[in-house]
Design a protein around this ligand. Sequence first.
Ligand code: CAA
Length: 262
Amino acid sequence: MTEPLILTEIHGDGERRTALIRINRPKQLNALNDALMVEMGQALIAFDRDDAIGCIVITGNEKAFAAGADIAAMAKYDYMHVHQTEYITRNWETLLQVRKPVIAAVAGFALGGGCELAMMCDFIIAADNAKFGQPEIKLGVIPGAGGTQRLPRAVGKSKTMDLVLTGRMMDATEAERAGLVSRIVAADKLIDEALSAAAIICGLSGPSVALAKACVNKSFEGGLRDGIDYERRIFHSLFATEDQKEGMDAFLSKRAPQFKQR
Ligand code: CAA
């Protein structure tokens, strides 16, 4: 029997729980092939639609989050194939349709498409053994899953050029200093840390969490004025929700809010 390409688990005991997706090609350092990305996309969409899920975590194993797109598969592709099948766009970018928060819990290698997959997530929690890089230049190509666009927004032009043009790796400390990752934890605490961040998110108002994510993405992906106008419209619209009334009333009454997810 062939091993499943991803493993999924549900964690938590509240009304809304966390879905954990583990990338599962350990022998290939979790290199990301087409079939895996299709499966991951399907799992992500199913969790996004499931009212019992409040947050999603994507992880690999202690050695590799993912060492990139599958080079053995790509080596056979030609221009017409990648163009006609919309390689990357077709299945990797399903992740970008997810409205719930997606946390990348990264241990070991996050290289090439692995680093890009982590950057498509909403934030990255890194184990102290994490290594990030965009080594595609060494294969005679360039990052192809958004790396040349998302990395400079996260770490600035100079460090991006350094990483993309030399193909070198950076460790977790450098990645945190540069702003690529939100926190570093000991490798054996990585999943616990990601699940406790996710549990906090699960306990909040789902609609405001999804809209907060959309607003931050508007800033990350677009210009300042558009982003502020978008944020203001969303902010105003949240005053139509029951959760806004409840959240503010609970604060003033010095009690914990009981969010109704509407
Ligand atoms: N694709 C396919 N197989 C991969 C892989 C990848 N991206 N990365 C590692 N593997 C395989 C190796 O071929 C090897 O397989 P075999 O045992 O069958 O030989 C196995 O995983 C273990 O790898 P190594 O023996 O190389 O392990 P190492 O510890 O010596 O080195 C490493 C680790 C530095 C991460 C090295 O494996 C490496 O450089 N991998 C490639 C990294 C890379 O170039 N990533 C970018 C891919 S291109 C891309 O992602 C395009 C895009 O933007 C979408």
